[in-house]
Design a protein around this ligand. Structure first.
Ligand code: WT7
Length: 644
C-alpha cells in the first residue's frame, strides 16, 4: 500500500496553487454558486440531483428521484423514460449545435475525419438501422472490440439508440479475454475492425476476433461486423462476417430512438476484481446521463467554444463517460486519436493540441511521466496557448509530474483537475473544480452530492492524516446498478465489506483541510498505467503454463507506469528439459501471459522460488511477498488489513 517513493513525496507535499482571477470570474460555477450547491446537496441531496436531471431531455419525467427501498439496488429516476442518445445527438439537431463539430478524429498516419452533430446523427441512424436489420433489439448484447475510430463512437451510440446493451472490450485484451466476455454477455453481434495503426505497425484485430469466436462459448454470436480501416488481407467467414460499409450503404439516415426506462441497462463494462473472474459492471440510461452531464459541466467547465480531448481509449470507462457520452451530451467537440502517443515522435500529443486548438486536455499520470522523460523541448516547439484546463485520472499523480504538466503544458495558468472515480461510479466523484485551491497529488474534495469518508475496517472514521479505506456513504446517480448476472457479488464486494457504505477498494487519507489523497488499491488489484488488472487473473494465466506449479503476483512500483506486475513462481520439475536457460523460460512465460491476457498485462519481472508463503487455509499471502519485495515490515499493514 504505502509502496512508492513517490508516495513519500506525496506525504510531504505542501504547495498550494490558486486559480487565476480571470478563470474564477468566467467559471460556469463560481465560488458563491458552489457554496450554494454544497449547502443544497447537504440538506437535500436528491433535490440537488433532481436539478441536474431537469437540465436534460426526457420522454417522461420520473415518479421519484431515487427508489432506495431495496438497498444496495438503488434505482435512480424510476418511472422516467429517456434515452441517453436522444441527449447526446437527437436534441442537438434542433439547435445551433446541429452544424457544430461533434467529433474530430485523427488516425496515427495523420489522416483526419470530422463530423458535425448532424453528420454524426445521420451516421448513427444508418448503422442503427443496419443493426436492426441484423435482428438487434432492445436488451440484446452487442460486443465492441474496436480501436479508436469514428465508427467506435458511432457503433456505441447506434447500439444504445436501439435500446440494446453494448459491452466494449479494450483492444489490448487477448482473444481469450474477448471470448470470455462474449460468452458471459451472450452477445448476438460483435463489432470490430480489420485492424488499426499502432506505433507505425498494423495490428490485425480481426484475426483475434476469429480466434475468439472459434472457441467454445462464443456460439451465441450470429454476426460479426467489420469496419475497414487498414489494408490487410482479412478473412471473412460467410455468412457470419459482414463489412460495415456494405451494411450501411443502403440504409436511411433516419431512425427512431428507442424509449427506455431510466433504469434500463445502457452498457456492460468488465472490470477486474480481487478474484480471477472480471465483473460485468452494469450502467443504466437515466442516472448515468445525469451524473456524467453534471460532472463534466462542473469539473471541466464546458463552454460553447471548447475543444475537449480526453486521451483515454474508448474501451475503458473514461472513454465511455468522457470521450463519447459526456462530451456529446454537453454538446461540445470531442477529439479522438487512434495511435501511439510517441508516434512518430514524442510531440504527437502537443502537435494534436496545437493543430486542433484543444482547450481542455484530460489525460493520465502515466502518459505525463512518459512524455516528461523526453524533456521540454517537445512541448516548447508547439503552440499550446489554446489550453485552459488540464485533467488527470486513473492513478495517483505524483507531484513532480503534476508540476511538470502545470508548468510546461499549462503555462502555470491552467488548473489540473485530478479526478478520482471508477468504472463502478461511472462519473467523477472526488475532484477539484476550476475555482479550487489545488494541492499537487491530491484529488481535492468530494463533488457536491457526494459523501465520502476514510474509515478503518469497522467503518469508523480515521483521524486526519491517517490512512484508511475510501468509502462512499450515499448513492449517486451514475452508480453501477449491479454486476451482470451476479447481483449477490455486487452486494458482497461493494456494500458488505464495511456494512452500509460503498467500499471503493482504495486506500486514502484526508488531510487537515479535508483534501483527499489516494494512495493505491487496498485489494489484490494492480493499477498498471491506469489499467486495472487483477493479480488473480495474471496468476491463473501463469499456472495455465505447463511449467508452472504455483504463482503469486503482486504489484510493484514503477517510475512510469505507476505499478507493474511481479510474479513469484514455483516450477514443476523437468522444465529444464524444455528450456535451456531460466531466461528462455522467463521469455516464454511473458509471451504466454501476453497471449492469455493481452499486451495490457505487463509482467515486469519473474522470480522462481522453492515455495510460497501460505495461510493455514492454503491462501497465498501476497502481503508477505510484497513486504519482502519493498523492504517493509510485513506487520506494518495490519491496521489496513482487508476487512475480508
Ligand atoms: C481505480 C479505478 C476512473 C477511470 C479510470 C480508472 C484508481 C482512479 C484516480 C485518481 C488516484 C485513481 C483508483 C480507483 N484511480 N482515478 N485520480 N487518483 N487513483 O477506472 O479501471 O475502474 O479503476 O483507479 O485505484 O479505484 P478503473
Amino acid at each position: 500500500m504505502d509502496q512508492t517513493g513517490a508516495l513519500d513525496a506525496l506525504l510531504q507535499e505542501e504547495r498550494v496553487f490558486r486559480p487565476l482571477p480571470q478563470l474564477v470570474i468566467e467559471a460556469n460555477i463560481n465560488p458563491h454558486q458552489l457554496e450554494q450547491a454544497q449547502r443544497r446537496a447537504e440538506q437535500d441531496p436528491l433535490a440537488y440531483w433532481e436539478d441536474a436531471a431537469h437540465e436534460l431531455d426526457w420522454f417522461k419525467k420520473w415518479d421519484r428521484v431515487l427508489d432506495d427501498s431495496n438497498p444496495p439496488f438503488y434505482r435512480w429516476f424510476p418511472g422516467a423514460r429517456c434515452n441517453i442518445v436522444y441527449n447526446a445527438l437527437d436534441r442537438h439537431i434542433e439547435t445551433a449545435n446541429k452544424n457544430k463539430l461533434a467529433l474530430i478524429w485523427e488516425g496515427e498516419p495523420g489522416d483526419q475525419r470530422k463530423y458535425t452533430y448532424y453528420e454524426l446523427y445521420r451516421e448513427v441512424n444508418r448503422f442503427a438501422n443496419a443493426l436492426r436489420t441484423l435482428g438487434v433489439a432492445k436488451g440484446d448484447r452487442v460486443v465492441l472490440y474496436m480501436p479508436i475510430l469514428p465508427e467506435t463512437a458511432i457503433a456505441m451510440l447506434a447500439v444504445a439508440k436501439l435500446g440494446a446493451i453494448h459491452s466494449m472490450v479494450y483492444g489490448g485484451f487477448s482473444a481469450k479475454v474477448l471470448r470470455e466476455r462474449v460468452a458471459d454477455a451472450q452477445a448476438k453481434v460483435v463489432i470490430t475492425a480489420d485492424g488499426f495503426y499502432r506505433n507505425g505497425r498494423i495490428i490485425n484485430l480481426k484475426a483475434l476476433v476469429d480466434e475468439a469466436l472459434a472457441g467454445a462459448g462464443a456460439e451465441c454470436v450470429e454476426t460479426c461486423v467489420v469496419v475497414h480501416r487498414v489494408n490487410v488481407d482479412t478473412e471473412m467467414h460467410e455468412p457470419r462476417d459482414l463489412w460495415y460499409d456494405d451494411l450501411v450503404r443502403q440504409e436511411r439516415p433516419v431512425c427512431a430512438t428507442e424509449v427506455m426506462e431510466a433504469t434500463d441497462p445502457l452498457f456492460l463494462l468488465y472490470s477486474s476484481g480481487a478474484t480471477g473472474k472480471p465483473k460485468g459492471i452494469v450502467h443504466a440510461h437515466g442516472g448515468y446521463m445525469v451524473g456524467i452531464a453534471r460532472t463534466l459541466d462542473w469539473v471541466f467547465d464546458i463552454k460553447p467554444t471548447d475543444i475537449f480531448w480526453c486521451t483515454a481509449d474508448a474501451g475503458w470507462i473514461t472513454g465511455h463517460s468522457y470521450v463519447i457520452y459526456g462530451p456529446l451530451v454537453a454538446g461540445t467537440t470531442t477529439v479522438m486519436y487512434e495511435g501511439h502517443p510517441l508516434y512518430p515522435q514524442a510531440d504527437r500529443l502537443w502537435d494534436v493540441v496545437a493543430r486542433f486548438g484543444v482547450t481542455i486536455l484530460y489525460t493520465s499520470p502515466t502518459l505525463v511521466r512518459m512524455l516528461m522523460r523526453f524533456g521540454v523541448q517537445y512541448p516548447r516547439k508547439k503552440d499550446l496557448s489554446t489550453l485552459r484546463l488540464l485533467g488527470s485520472v486513473g492513478e495517483p499523480m505524483n507531484p513532480e509530474a503534476w508540476v511538470w504538466l502545470y508548468k510546461y503544458i499549462g503555462r502555470s495558468e491552467c488548473p489540473i483537475m485530478d479526478t478520482w472515480w471508477q468504472t463502478e461510479t461511472g462519473m467523477f466523484m472526488i475532484s477539484p473544480l476550476p475555482i479550487s485551491l489545488l494541492k499537487p497529488g491530491s484529488v481535492n474534495k468530494p463533488l457536491p452530492g457526494i459523501e465520502a469518508d476514510v474509515v478503518d475496517a469497522h467503518g469508523n472514521p480515521v483521524p486526519p492524516g491517517k490512512g484508511g479505506f475510501l468509502v462512499l456513504k450515499r448513492p449517486w446517480p451514475a452508480m453501477m446498478t449491479t454486476i451482470y448476472k451476479d447481483p449477490e457479488r455486487y452486494k458482497k464486494s461493494y456494500w458488505e465489506k464495511i456494512p452500509g457504505v460503498y467500499y471503493a477498494g482504495d486506500v486514502a487519507r484526508r488531510d487537515e483541510d479535508g483534501y483527499y489523497w489516494i494512495q493505491g488499491r487496498a485489494d489484490d488489484v494492480m493499477n498498471i498505467a491506469g489499467h486495472r488488472i487483477g493479480t488473480a487473473e495474471v496468476e491463473s494465466a501463469l499456472v495455465a503454463h505447463r511449467c508452472v506449479a504455483e504463482a503469486a503476483v503482486i504489484g510493484i512500483p514503477d517510475k512510469i507506469k505507476g505499478e507493474v506486475a511481479k510474479a513469484f513462481l514455483v516450477l514443476h520439475d523437468g522444465w529444464q528439459k524444455e528450456f535451456e536457460t531460466a531466461e528462455d523460460l522467463v521469455a516464454a512465460l511473458r509471451a504466454h501471459v501476453r497471449r492469455e491476457l493481452g499486451p495490457v498485462a505487463v509482467v515486469k519481472s519473474i522470480e522462481f522460488r522453492e515455495s510460497l508463503p501460505h495461510t493455514r487455509s492454503g491462501k497465498i499471502m501476497r502481503r508477505i511477498l510484497r513486504a519482502e519485495e519493498l523492504g517493509q515490515d510485513a506487520g506494518d499493514t495490519s491496521a489496513l488489513e482487508d476487512p475480508d
